[in-house]
Design a protein around this ligand. Structure first.
Ligand SMILES: Cc1cc2nc3c(=O)[nH]c(=O)nc-3n(C[C@H](O)[C@H](O)[C@H](O)COP(=O)(O)O)c2cc1C
Length: 319
């Protein structure tokens, strides 16, 4: 069977983003960006999966419409990671498993030796990849950064991952030390691409057709992954796949998409759950004129009906 990345190039991927790339967001992206991109769902804890934690199991569910879709797991114990991967394969049947080796949050990279902390421990990282590979019949990829402190660390680390059996790697062009500051480095990704035989995906600061083209030109990567650029812009993959200015700019159209997304959200979570949708609203309406008062209203919504009314009134008063 064809692997999820054996597709036309460049491969386009929605980045995993905790609290953002959930089922409803995946569905709205699929609806407005079409089939030509892969969804990486927000990371889930291998330990919580193995414990049978209900919230974590729900986070891993998805619908057929969301495919192709990869589930990302994090952890620092090869045995637990292998068990979690096997459980994910059997229960949810995603198109692939991704291992998080890039997350810098202290809960994961300091309290645990997981996420980007694995860059400091290539032996453990390699054991994790090998164990997960042995446990499943799905492609196993790794998402990581350029290093813990220095961006050259990836030149050795990427080889370790490939040798351990990783089928693909995604590189966020920053170190742990950089966090999210500065501009993502594309030259180092280009160096890694030259060294490895497996596909390499470039990630960081891709927000439109121009930055996508530029990134691909410099890195010669097999594909690109987009995170923050997709927030409030679920049509971005269509825009980039077509390499043209397919843009949704009319406020009426944005409002229609927002309401559809909100409906998915409320259906998936529960009635009154739009409190956790407010973060998406901030992205959808970034830079909109007369935003101040409108924003105050948006940041208080709880239910779909309220949102519908606020948007209706806003459009009416605007015209
Ligand atoms: C809110 C947020 C949550 C994130 N959660 C994850 C995650 O669960 N797993 C992961 O590998 N990376 C995570 N990331 C990192 C992104 O996947 C991506 O590597 C990073 O944002 C850089 O890409 P961008 O400039 O396209 O956003 C997260 C980033 C943000 C902003």
């Amino acid at each position: 069977m064809k692997k999820w990345f054996e597709t036309k190039k460049p491969i386009l991927i929605l980045a995993p983003m905790a609290d953002y790339t959930d089922g409803p967001f995946g569905r709205i992206c699929r609806k407005y960006s079409g089939k030509d991109f892969v969804i990486f769902k927000e990371m889930v804890s291998s330990e919580a999966l193995v414990r049978g934690n209900e919230k974590t199991l729900k986070m891993s569910e998805f619908t057929v419409k969301e495919r192709p879709l990869v589930i990302q797991i994090f952890g620092d114990k090869p045995g637990v990671m292998a068990k979690a991967a096997k459980l994910v394969e059997e229960k949810f049947k995603p198109d692939g498993i991704d291992i998080n080796m890039g997350c810098p949050v202290p809960k994961i990279a300091q309290k645990m030796a997981a996420g980007v902390a694995l860059m400091k421990n290539p032996k453990l990282a390699s054991e994790i990849v090998k164990s997960v590979k042995k446990a499943v019949n799905l492609p196993v990829s790794v998402k990581t950064r350029l290093g813990w402190v220095s961006k050259d660390e990836i030149l050795k680390f990427a080889v370790v991952l490939e040798k351990a059996g990783a089928d693909l790697i995604t590189l966020h062009g920053r170190t742990k030390a950089q966090g999210y500051s500065g501009i993502a480095d594309r030259e180092t990704i280009a160096k890694v691409k030259k060294i490895l035989k497996i596909p390499v995906i470039a990630n960081g600061d891709i927000v439109d057709v121009a930055s996508a083209k530029k990134c691909l030109e410099i890195t010669k990567a097999d594909g690109i992954m987009i995170g923050r650029g997709a927030l409030g812009k679920p049509w971005i993959f269509k825009e980039i796949a077509k390499l043209q200015n397919y843009k949704i700019t009319r406020l009426q159209d944005v409002c229609k998409i927002v309401l559809e997304h909100a409906k998915f959200h409320e259906k998936y979570y529960s009635k009154g759950s739009l409190v956790t949708f407010r973060k998406h609203l901030a992205f959808y309406f970034k830079g909109v004129p007369n935003m101040k008062e409108f924003r105050v209203q948006l940041m208080q919504i709880k239910e779909y009906k309220e949102l519908e009314k606020i948007l209706k009134d806003y459009l009416k008063n605007k015209n």
